[in-house]
Design a binder for this molecule. Structure first.
Ligand code: ATP
Length: 437
C-alpha cells in the first residue's frame, strides 16, 4: 500500500477505535503536526475538529511560528486556539517539564471549554523510541519504559497518538509529496538536551546497526505492555487482599510479601505510579521500602520527596505527607477553651463529673505533644517511659505525635487515651474535668 494511503487508513482506524468525535489537534507548526493536520482535515468535517497551539515564547522565532499556524488555519477556515506562556521559570532547570505542564494545562482548558473529547498529537515512532531509551538511561524501570501510549485518558476525554507506528522519515516524505509547509524548530539541532543528543547522534548510529530498530522498539514496547498487563492482574489481586484505605493511604503489607524481590519492585513502582502523588520515587527509595517491609523492625519510615513518607507500622504501611506542626506547646489556664492540633480542649475543676484526679494544685498547666525523655509516674514512685507506653499500647509510630500530653508543673498527668495519673494515685484530692473534641 502506498505510504500516503497507509497513513490515512491508520489515522482513521485509530480514531474509530477510540471513538473520537470532537478532535483537538495539537499543532506546533513542525513537520509532524502539519502532516497530521493535513491528514485529519481530509478525514474529518471542519466543524468536528479544532487546532490548538501554544507559544512558549522561549525563542525569538516563536511568535512567527504561531502566526504561521494561525494563518494556515484562517486560510483553511479551521477553528484555532492559542495562548502565550508568560510565567517561565527564571533558570533553565526544569524548563522542558514546566513548558509541558503549561502546554497540557492549556490543551485541557480548551478541551473542556469547547467540548472536545479527544486531543490528537503527532508523536511518532522516533519519539517513542527516544522516550524509551531516555527512560532506560534514567531509571531502567519496566513500569516507566512505556510512556507514550496510543491512547490514554486526558482532561474530560483522552489523548490519542495515531502516528506512533510511523517513522519521522515517513512523515517527512509525506510532507514533501504534498508540499506541506512547516516551520523548522532550530532547538532540535542544539545538543543541550539528552533528547536531542539521542535524536541527532545516537539514533542515527543505532539505525546503521539495524534499519528495523524503530520497529523493534515498537515490538518491545508492545511486549512490555502485555507483560505489565499480566502483572497488573496479579497486583490487583494483591491489592484487594491489602484492605487499602485512602485517607491516609494505607493497607496491610503481608499480601505483597508473597512476591519475590524483583516482583515487589515492580509492585511498588506500579503502585506509586497509580497514586500520582506528584513526586518521583527513585530506585533506591523503592529498594529501601522493600528492605523495611521485609525486615523485622516493627516501625520504620522512608523519606520520599516533598515531605512524603512511607511508613511501616507493624503489619501495615502508611504513605503520608508530613506537614510541620506549628505549635507544639501551649500554656493553658483552668476553664480556658483552646484549639490545639485542630482539636478543642478544655480543662476545668469539677466536684462530681471528673475524669482526672491529682494530689496537688498546679502552678502551670501545659498542653503539648510528646518529647524524648517523657516519663509517666506509676504506683510506688516508679516511672515508665512514654515511648515504652506507646509501644505497649501498640500505637503506630507515625501517630504518636498526634497524642495530646497534659502537664501540671512539668509533670505528665494525662496522655490522651493511654495514661491518667489518677490510676496510679492512692488517693487524690483535686478533681478535674477534661473535655476533648
Ligand atoms: N507548542 C505546541 N503547540 C501545540 N502542540 C504542540 C506544541 N509542542 C508540541 N506539540 C504537540 O506535541 C507533539 C510532540 O511534540 P514534541 O515532540 O516537541 O513534544 P515532547 O516534549 O517530545 O512530547 P510531549 O508533547 O509529550 O511533551 C507535537 O507533534 C504536537 O502534536
Amino acid at each position: 500500500m502506498e505510504l500516503d494511503q497507509k497513513v490515512i487508513d491508520t489515522v482513521k482506524k485509530v480514531l474509530k477505535k477510540y471513538h473520537a468525535k470532537r478532535v483537538l489537534v495539537a499543532v506546533s507548526g513542525g513537520v509532524d503536526s502539519m502532516v497530521l493536520l493535513h491528514v485529519l482535515s481530509q478525514l474529518l468535517p471542519k466543524d468536528s475538529f479544532g487546532v490548538v497551539n501554544v507559544d512558549h515564547d522561549l525563542r525569538p522565532e516563536s511568535a512567527s511560528e504561531v502566526a504561521f499556524v494561525q494563518d494556515f488555519c484562517v486560510q483553511n477556515d479551521f477553528q484555532f486556539f492559542t495562548t502565550k506562556w508568560m510565567n517561565q521559570p527564571k533558570d533553565d532547570i526544569g524548563m522542558e517539564a514546566a513548558a509541558r505542564k503549561f502546554r497540557y494545562g492549556f490543551f485541557k482548558q480548551i478541551m473542556q471549554e469547547n467540548d472536545f473529547d479527544t486531543l490528537v498529537t503527532a508523536h511518532h515512532a522516533n519519539d517513542l523510541a527516544e522516550n524509551m531509551l531516555m527512560k532506560m538511561i534514567r531509571s531502567g524501570n519496566a513500569y516507566e519504559v512505556v510512556s507514550l501510549k496510543e491512547q490514554r485518558p486526558f482532561a474530560n476525554g483522552q489523548i490519542v497518538r495515531p502516528l506512533l507506528n510511523f517513522a519521522k522519515a515517513d512523515i517527512t516524505v509525506l510532507a514533501d509529496i504534498h508540499d506541506i509547509n512547516h516551520v523548522q524548530d532550530q532547538t532540535n539541532f542544539d545538543n543541550i538536551t539528552m533528547r536531542n543528543r539521542l535524536r541527532n547522534n545516537i539514533f542515527p548510529e543505532l539505525q546503521k546497526e539495524n534499519g528495523q530498530l524503530l520497529h523493534h522498539f515498537g515490538f518491545f514496547e508492545q511486549q512490555i505492555l502485555a507483560l505489565l498487563k499480566l502483572a497488573q492482574e496479579k497486583f490487583t489481586e494483591i491489592e484487594s487482599q491489602m484492605q487499602l484505605q485512602e485517607k491516609p493511604i494505607s493497607g496491610l503489607l503481608n499480601p505483597v510479601l508473597q512476591l519475590d524481590r524483583q516482583q515487589q519492585t515492580l509492585f511498588w513502582g506500579n503502585f506509586f505510579t497509580k497514586l500520582q502523588l506528584g513526586i518521583s520515587i527513585s530506585n533506591r527509595q523503592i529498594d529501601s521500602i522493600i528492605e523495611v517491609v521485609t525486615n523485622n523492625d516493627a516501625n520504620a519510615s522512608i523519606n520520599l520527596a516533598d515531605s512524603w513518607q512511607f511508613i511501616k507500622s507493624y503489619d501495615n504501611f502508611v504513605i503520608r505527607q508530613i506537614k510541620p506542626q506549628k505549635t507544639t506547646e501551649l500554656a493553658i489556664t483552668l476553664g480556658q477553651s483552646v484549639k490545639f492540633l485542630k482539636r478543642d480542649f478544655n480543662l476545668s475543676t469539677s466536684e462530681s463529673d471528673f475524669n482526672l484526679t491529682t494530689d496537688f494544685i498546679p502552678k502551670t498547666i501545659t498542653l503539648r505533644t510528646r518529647r524524648t525523655g517523657d516519663k509517666l509516674l506509676l504506683s510506688n514512685g516508679f516511672h515508665q517511659k512514654l515511648s515504652k507506653r506507646f509501644i505497649n499500647e501498640k500505637i503506630p509510630e507515625y501517630k504518636r505525635d498526634d497524642y495530646l500530653v497534659l502537664l501540671f508543673d512539668n509533670r505528665i498527668v494525662w496522655v490522651e487515651k493511654i495514661y491518667n495519673m489518677s490510676d496510679y494515685l492512692k488517693k487524690g484530692s483535686k478533681h478535674y474535668k477534661i473535655k476533648l473534641d
